[in-house]
Design a protein around this ligand. Structure first.
Ligand SMILES: Nc1ncnc2c1ncn2[C@@H]1O[C@H](COP(=O)(O)OP(=O)(O)OP(=O)(O)O)[C@@H](O)[C@H]1O
Ligand SMILES: [Mg+2]
Length: 231
């Protein structure tokens, strides 16, 4: 973990993410049963965007043995200050590592997980204020089923992530996924900019601010934040 001075900004009409919470840190976990749904990309982008909107200090916690999110965070070291904290741990070490982040001063922690079914992801959901499930048209039913199962533990939000194509029926798809429980949080269109930014240890909101890709991330965080604040 690095030690970076906390940066906090408060704007009118921008209620504190932590308002009404006793724990002192909000935890968001990305989860899906299928591989390659965009968990790592979205974890990184949510973490950066949360920092940009004054919800930091942010931590990223990689609970996937592959370690892609932690590698992305390491590529940022010495270049940018945020997310302030990064860690890579095994599933068994999740609670302890989260507590370490909280004590270090993180106000928000974004967890990336290995793909898994409801049984595997249940312990993560139990530690999270929100689980975000990305999916595209190919695995919507699976995503909906996972959301139904995890919503017994925590708040669930769905993201329609058009990673392989430009989605046509996004609105309907998002509504269908969340029909059984969970929030339709947003759609992220297909854009090569995501992979390019991730390889460079960046987010599109930093490397491509003003692009449609960046706009999708801004809107997604606005929605996720709204769901969290609404409780
Ligand atoms: N909206 C998108 N547009 C274009 N490419 C995307 C989009 N979302 C994700 N990708 C790309 O799809 C690939 C898989 O994304 P990512 O690694 O984030 O998924 P994952 O769910 O973490 O996968 P894994 O199961 O391997 O951990 C990456 O190359 C990523 O850059
Ligand atoms: Mg991943």
């Amino acid at each position: 973990m690095s030690n970076v001075a906390p940066f906090r900004r408060r704007a009118a009409g921008h209620p504190d993410l932590l308002a009404g919470r006793a724990g002192g840190m909000v935890v968001i976990a990305l989860a899906s049963q299928a591989g390659g749904t965009g968990r790592t990309m979205l974890a990184a982008h949510i973490a950066v965007q949360a920092g940009l909107t004054g919800d930091g200090p942010v931590g990223v916690l990689d609970a996937d043995p592959k370690g892609a999110l932690f590698q992305w965070w390491n590529r940022r070291q010495g270049k940018v200050d945020a997310p302030a904290f990064g860690a890579h741990c095994e599933a068994a070490g999740l609670a302890v590592t989260l507590e370490g982040m909280r004590v270090a001063g993180a106000r928000l922690c974004v967890i990336d997980t290995a793909m898994g079914d409801a049984a595997a992801l249940d312990p993560v959901a139990a530690l999270a204020d929100m689980v975000v499930i990305p999916s595209d048209a190919g695995d919507m039913d699976e995503a909906a089923a996972l959301g139904r199962a995890l919503s017994k533990q925590t708040t669930v939000a769905f993201v329609f992530n058009c990673r392989a194509h430009s989605g046509a029926e996004e609105g309907n798809a998002l509504a269908a996924m969340s029909a059984g429980g969970g929030w339709p949080a947003g759609t992220v269109e297909h854009a090569r900019a995501y992979a390019i930014a991730m390889t460079a240890g960046r987010s599109v909101t930093e490397s491509d601010a003003g692009s449609y890709a960046a706009q999708d991330i801004v809107e997604l965080w606005t929605n996720l934040r709204g769901i969290l604040v609404a409780g």
